[in-house]
Write a protein that binds this ligand. Structure first.
Ligand code: MG
Length: 254
């Protein structure tokens, strides 16, 4: 099932994608189940929004693909390297990534996003999978110069608009054979297989839950494959994952 959050005629709602239309739901399916209102709206008439606004946090893991770790000048860490992005960084499909004046080098990082659906604390790998509501696509936008200068990542990864998310949540996503591709103005920059993750989704969520209580609506980013690179004013960046669609965002200077 593919779930979208959208605005239509001034109202925000959730819906299930059924070919080229949306079956409108009465509430947020994460909390209210899948009760339809009886209304359907054509997909082309709605604006898709970020499918979830994390109520507390976007947790993320760095250097989780070996080739990306080596392009950053190191090795993949033995334990997941965790950081946080604030929920104010989240934007939806089609919304602009805004380049902040403090940085001269902002880069894309296409990633698989995990959407947490139930409270998880100190869960094991099996418990982690039980806590997952579904999967989406994210761009872990990073001010690379500030990341190097600051020595920690709160500013470099935390600017407003630095976490595009969407276009939908898929509750039945299949990892098997899934690939991730990031394109800038149509040119392929990143192309990787999700099976190349160093730490699995279940292990990352379990590990994160040993540090933080994960809440319904929290998002966990799982790292980016090799090929990160700059985005500049006027670019369009697309991240595509097999079965999850394409997350597309324009880039503009503040
Ligand atoms: Mg990343």
């Amino acid at each position: 099932m593919k779930i979208a959050r959208f605005s239509h005629e001034g109202a925000i709602a959730f819906g299930i994608i059924d070919e080229d239309s949306l079956v409108v739901l009465k509430g947020d399916p994460m909390f209210a189940g899948y009760e339809p209102t009886g209304e359907r709206v054509p997909l082309e008439e709605v604006k898709l929004l970020a499918p979830v606004i994390p109520r507390s946090k976007v947790a993320a893991v760095g250097k989780n693909y070996r080739e990306h770790a080596s392009e950053m000048g190191g090795e993949a860490p033995a334990e997941p390297l965790l950081f946080l992005k604030p929920n104010t960084a989240v934007i939806g499909p089609g919304d602009a990534i805004v380049l902040p004046p403090q940085s001269d080098r902002v880069e894309h990082e296409g990633e698989l996003a995990v959407i947490i659906g139930s409270i998880a604390k100190n869960v094991d790998a099996a418990g982690a999978l039980d806590a997952i509501f579904g999967y989406s696509i994210a761009n872990d936008v990073t001010a690379r110069d500030l990341q190097k200068r600051d020595g920690q990542w709160a500013r470099a990864k935390g600017f407003d608009t630095f976490c595009p998310l969407g276009p939908v949540i898929d509750t039945e996503f299949e990892f098997e054979g899934a690939t991730l591709e990031t394109r800038v103005n149509g040119e392929v920059r990143q192309s990787g297989s999700l099976s190349d993750m160093v730490h699995s989704v279940a292990d990352i969520v379990a590990y994160a839950s040993s540090v933080w209580t994960l809440l319904p609506g929290d998002v966990v980013l799982t790292g980016t494959p090799a090929g990160v690179g700059p985005i500049v004013d006027g670019d369009t960046v697309e991240v595509e994952i097999t079965g999850l669609g394409v997350l597309s965002n324009p880039v503009r200077r503040a």
